[in-house]
Design a protein around this ligand. Structure first.
Ligand code: SAM
Length: 334
């Protein structure tokens, strides 16, 4: 459809756009067009454009404006996105329902909106969710299942069945980058594979253990999706029972169960080869975030004849008031 446009040489475009915007004459519903060295800026009222500008009529495309939840609600709601699922943390059910509806009505590629209904809990570290809204077109899949993309890898997972946090992506990436081809890695608490899979892609042979049968199923599927199924051995079970079968095997161990990692240090020492790098995650008070982990590692490793060298003391994130989620990288050698 033809619209009135101000035609200016391309170089004068930005200055003209600003002048038209100041006079509230920019037609936001149509796109600016560049054609043969000229710029065509659609305007709302050609009569109001001063004589300094040339007004012509021409076809311009309709502006494809994304409708955001904030536009629909009149306020900016807070939510996270994991793949095509939006995650809220709302106490008020009425407000939560309003936000969920706006997210689904917006142009965001979201097919379900869910609300945190409990803390992460139990051995499996899974939380409860309230499903607030789902896209009717996609009833066959659980609303809590999605595909998350991280550093070039993709992970299928169901938040109602497994633990997963995208907030730890940067830290995972840092750890993964240290892996070299040919290494033997044990991921003691592997979840759906966000350490195991990138490490296998760097050429490591990975033994990935998890107590949660659903996590192991997703881990196997994710290893296939990312082309590393041959390098990842996924084992379902308590890693303390699994360790003896792989005694002395590991060049590197990932221990990502920060609330209770110290309970598993004997299993880690069993798995460790004579020279082994341990990535130990912990949650401790900010007054001494690394001390308890270091002492626990030394107490477990010394009787097995290991020397312990702490290579990195890293704060991953603040976990709660005065509590830090930290990572120790520790070399065990004997
Ligand atoms: N590393 C994964 C990640 O970054 O997404 C998962 C971390 S999550 C904090 C801890 C995982 O340890 C959960 O998937 C849980 O099922 C698993 N787990 C808990 N106790 C375990 C045990 N005794 N043996 C093996 N896995 C266990």
């Amino acid at each position: 459809m033809e619209r009135p446009c101000v035609r200016v040489p391309r170089e004068a475009g930005e200055e003209t756009r600003r002048a038209l915007a100041a006079a509230d004459l920019v037609d936001e519903d149509h796109e600016i067009v560049v054609d043969d060295g000229s710029l065509y800026l659609p305007v709302t009222d050609p009569e109001a454009v001063g004589d300094d500008y040339e007004v012509v009529y021409r076809d311009v495309p309709v502006h494809d404006r994304q409708r955001t939840p904030a536009e629909l609600l009149g306020f900016d709601p807070s939510y996270e996105r994991l793949g095509d699922v939006a995650i809220l943390d709302e106490d008020d059910p009425t407000r939560a329902a309003r936000i969920a509806e706006a997210i689904l009505d917006s142009d965001l590629p979201v097919r379900a909106v869910i609300d945190r209904a409990s803390k992460v809990k139990g051995d499996l570290r899974v939380r409860d969710w309230t499903v607030l809204a789902t896209d009717d077109a996609d009833r066959d899949r659980p609303p809590t299942e999605t595909v998350h993309r991280e550093y070039g890898f993709e992970y299928l997972l169901d938040l109602a069945e497994v633990y997963f946090s995208p907030r730890l992506a940067t830290d995972r990436h840092r750890v993964t980058e240290g892996v070299e081809a040919g290494e033997r890695v044990v991921d003691m608490f592997a979840g759906v594979g966000p350490f195991a899979i990138p490490m296998a892609a760097r050429g490591a042979a990975v033994l990935a253990v998890d107590l949660n049968p659903a996590a192991v199923e997703y881990l196997r599927e994710n290893a296939r999706r990312n082309g590393v199924a041959d390098s990842v051995t996924a084992v379902e079970g308590d890693v303390r029972d699994v360790a003896a079968d792989h005694a002395g095997w590991a060049d590197r161990i990932v221990m990502n169960l920060p609330h209770s990692a110290d309970d598993f240090l004997d299993a880690a020492v069993t798995l460790a080869g004579d020279d082994c790098l341990l990535h130990y995650y912990d949650i401790q008070h900010e007054d001494d975030p690394f001390g308890p982990g270091e002492r626990a590692i030394r107490a477990a490793a010394a009787p097995a004849g290991y020397e312990v060298a702490v290579l990195t003391r890293h704060v991953v994130r603040s976990y709660a008031p005065h509590e830090l989620n930290v990572r120790l990288d520790v070399r065990l050698s004997r």
